[in-house]
Design a protein. Sequence first.
Length: 221
Amino acid sequence: MATVGGNLMQRTRCPYFYDTATTCNKREPGSGCSALNGFNRMHAIFGASEHCIAVNPSDMNVALVALDASVHVSGPKGDRIIQIQDFHRLPGDQPDKDTILDRSELITSVSIPASTLTHNHYLKVRDRSSYAFALVSVAAGLELDGKTIRQARLAMGGVAHKPWRLKEAEQSLQGKQVSIETFQQAAEIAMRGAKGYGDNNFKLKLGPNTIVEALKIASRI
Ligand code: SF4
């Protein structure tokens, strides 16, 4: 059992974050990052910094990003609405901060706008079939008119410190006909700038494969 707010706020599963015998900038700022040259199979391929290469472990957050959700928060300075895309942070030089939520603010609700997406799928690739966090996941949403893609939404999980929206890949799909080649081109665009850290280099291949597979299942071709 969990809450939506709790899921939004869940912290990384990086093993060094939980092992107090090791250094970790997220747990103890300035101490160093054990994962950089350590066991980093689960770690980021996008948006990492020299201070932290951890990933956000949530599945729900990835789907909410693809659905353009908004997070409603309340605090001493009043209420505000944060676009989900802006809610989680990249590590930069302050990896101890996962979100832009102020310590005195409280999440009160999450809203999801009405969607025109007609074909959707969430594909999660993991080491075992239950109770495992994503190695790579993809939330894919398409608005199809016959075989023509009117609109596409794509977000990845298990690859960055925040749910990773694939805007350029989405734009590349718009107006195209549904096909494996079109999906492969979008996946190639999505992976631009990806970087492995050793143990997680397999994600550079698993990432585009998962994007193509998620789009295939969503479009039912
Ligand atoms: S990747 Fe981030 S959470 Fe993991 S050891 Fe490095 S600083 Fe800590």
